[in-house]
Design a protein around this ligand. Structure first.
Ligand code: CP
Ligand code: NVA
Length: 338
């Protein structure tokens, strides 16, 4: 029985969802978070089986899908890159058909957006994009939930993203913010500006929602009056040969106390999808210090540990929001609003 517009749908990219639908998922996440905190069961997916496909590594997304599945009464099964053939010895189409005959839903994290699209096309079950080179849509529900928790609303909030402007996070923030009516600024060197196609798509959404977009290489202009400063790693998964280029390009775009001050907002918050390089307590952090002489990359340790920081609330929200996404698209729920 189809009970809502969500039932049976995949979440592959934010552009496929309306503002009302995305806001519903954010509000539903908030509700499920409240139920969890109060110990009230919400086993909407009792008896379901969920495949978790990971070509790239993950702490938050994998943990969130696992815990969310179990809280919802479902069974999660992790299938890592060395566990299944996906694309190597068996086509994505054939893999999708097999997994779709056994599982009720599939999460995919990997490189190509076309692979997550093929999984959705051929599996016949909801597929959730847990990050590709192009988009990170489940992250967006958690991020805008965190923004709503801090400001009471999403519309009209100004978010400045400083860093690599052409990665999955920049793409997703630009397009999702534009759909939701948040003002998004991408603050990065020109060489790392988003693709024109993404800017055009976001601009079209912004015209409908009233969101104001800015793409700039000027830090002062980009962060002035921002309510949220957001950053991500300078080198994304799969680009590990680019440290030198990125350190050189992105040093001026580090979130530090000067940038916090340049917003002119005392209550500006820091968001970061994590993992973060804010010290040398990682192998990459150590390597970068040795090769390039800097001990912090995209955000300083001072800001990361300051009263502005919300990245760990944001990380927790991954679980509540992934739970909402799975329950809404697979739980036969009655959702009258959207
Ligand atoms: N933010 C995020 O997706 O974290 P993981 O890579 O740990 O899943
Ligand atoms: N841009 C980062 C996001 C990690 C959550 C990456 O793709 O590695």
């Amino acid at each position: 029985m189809i009970t809502s517009k969500f039932q049976g749908r995949s979440l592959l990219a934010e552009k496929d969802f309306t503002k009302e639908e995305l806001m519903y998922l954010i509000d539903f996440s908030e509700h499920l978070k409240d139920l969890k905190k109060r110990g009230i069961p919400h086993r909407y997916l009792e008896g379901k089986n969920i495949a978790l496909l990971f070509e790239k590594s993950s702490t938050r997304t994998r943990s969130a899908f696992t815990v969310a599945s179990i809280d919802l009464g479902a069974h999660p099964e992790y299938l890592g890159k060395d566990d299944i053939q996906l694309g190597k010895k068996e086509s994505v189409e054939d893999t999708a058909r097999v997994l779709g005959s056994m599982f009720d839903g599939i999460e995919f994290r990997g490189f190509k957006q076309s692979n997550v699209e093929k999984l959705a096309e051929f599996s016949g079950v909801p597929v959730w994009n847990g990050l590709t080179d192009e988009w990170h849509p489940t992250q967006m529900i958690a991020d805008f939930l965190t923004i709503k928790e801090n400001f009471g609303h999403v519309e009209g909030v100004t978010l400045a993203y400083a860093g690599d402007g052409r990665n999955n996070m920049a793409n997703s923030l630009l397009v999702t913010g534009a759909i939701l009516g948040a003002n998004i600024r991408i603050v990065s060197p020109k060489a790392l500006f988003p693709d024109q196609e993404i800017i055009d798509m976001a601009q079209e959404f912004a015209e409908k929602s009233g969101s104001k977009l800015m793409i700039t290489d000027d830090v002062q202009e980009g962060v002035k009056d921002a309510d949220v400063l957001y950053t991500d790693v300078w080198v994304s998964m799969g680009e590990e040969d680019k440290f030198e280029e990125r350190v050189n390009l992105l040093k001026p775009y580090q979130i530090n106390m000067d940038m916090i001050k340049a917003t002119g907002k005392e209550d500006v918050i820091l968001l970061h999808c994590l993992p973060a390089f804010h010290d040398t307590n990682t192998e990459y952090g150590e390597m970068v210090k040795e090769r390039f002489g800097i001990s912090e990359m995209e955000v300083t340790d001072e800001v990361f540990r300051s009263s502005h920081a919300r990245q760990f609330d944001q990380a927790e929200n991954r679980m509540h929001s992934i739970k909402a996404i799975m329950a809404a698209t697979m739980g036969n729920l009655f959702i009258p609003k959207v």
